[in-house]
Design a protein around this ligand. Structure first.
Ligand SMILES: Nc1ncnc2c1ncn2[C@@H]1O[C@H](COP(=O)(O)OP(=O)(O)OP(=O)(O)O)[C@@H](O)[C@H]1O
Ligand SMILES: [Mg+2]
Length: 259
């Protein structure tokens, strides 16, 4: 099970990515969560403290590691034939929710293009995690459309596109959907998040219907999510939170759809 979570900034990607990762762990799957956002905070959602989250050096910013993998001794010439399984062992962090976390840092152009050393390491690592290893992977993508349909993100089993009832977030969802579809991705699902009432449900549903998006689920707005975030606690520990329960149900749906 390899799933990527995308959408406009602030729509709830990290909450949903974290919730899915925890859900996979609870269903007995060894799970790696990948924070591919340039402002990484998935660690907090997976139950790490702010101090622990701050201490994690993103792979792309770990100069020593990147250098040790790619250096040939000649300036401007990179070694592109290196191992990455050791990076997973050494740099993934165990979180209180049982999910292993790896923080990638900024991923410029996950497809072809920039061949600079940090990107070469990240691309190889993503490929290894998404294509070669068989544990479950949840990829929390950077906001927007930049990374969709290119490189490794394209190879996931399912792409979740998160939006709320705001038309701007739905427009971005459509853009992501269309790009992913053009790239040949098959399992694309819209998730309506922070839904407060039937009017918002209808707005999301009718946008999906008009634009050929498949709606997978509505995640309700829940004040307890905001309160937990305010206190620096993960909302995911509290199963009484309606939003958390719904995200857990999405795990079940995804496992069935990609079986
Ligand atoms: N279902 C929900 N109910 C209430 N609040 C929510 C819900 N989902 C997300 N939030 C709140 O919305 C804010 C943004 O959520 P989150 O960080 O998951 O979004 P994001 O898409 O990952 O943002 P970014 O683009 O900045 O990475 C957070 O304060 C979170 O607590
Ligand atoms: Mg986020």
């Amino acid at each position: 099970m390899k799933v990527a979570v995308s959408g406009k900034g602030g729509v709830g990607k990290t909450l949903i990515a974290g919730g899915l990762a925890r859900g996979f762990v609870e269903r007995g799957l060894k799970t790696m969560a990948i924070d591919a956002d340039s402002s990484p905070n998935l660690g907090l959602t997976l139950g790490l403290s702010t101090e622990e989250t701050r201490k994690i050096v993103p792979i792309s910013e770990n100069k020593q590691l990147v250098e040790s993998k790619t250096s040939t001794g000649y300036s401007g010439v990179y070694n592109l034939n290196f191992t990455v399984d050791d990076i997973v062992k050494q740099y993934s962090v165990a979180t209180p929710l049982g999910v292993n976390l790896i923080v990638m840092g900024t991923v410029q152009s996950m497809g072809a293009g920039c061949m600079c050393a940090p990107n070469a390491v990240i691309r190889a690592l993503l490929r290894h995690l998404v294509v070669e290893r068989d544990e479950a992977v949840v990829l929390d993508l950077e906001a927007g459309v930049e990374h969709i349909g290119r490189g490794t993100a394209r190879q996931v089993d399912a792409l979740l596109i998160v939006a709320d009832s705001n038309l701007k977030s739905l427009e971005i969802a459509k853009h992501i959907h269309d790009m992913a579809q053009a790239a040949g991705m098959k399992q694309l699902y819209l998730v309506g998040n922070r839904v407060m009432n039937d009017t918002q449900k209808k707005a999301i549903q009718s946008f999906a219907d008009k634009n050929g998006l498949t709606l997978l689920a509505f995640v309700p707005f829940d004040q307890k999510v905001i309160e937990a975030d305010m206190l620096g606690e993960t909302p995911l520990k509290n199963k009484d939170i309606a939003a958390v329960k719904t995200i857990d149900n999405i795990c079940e749906l995804l496992l069935k759809k990609t079986a």
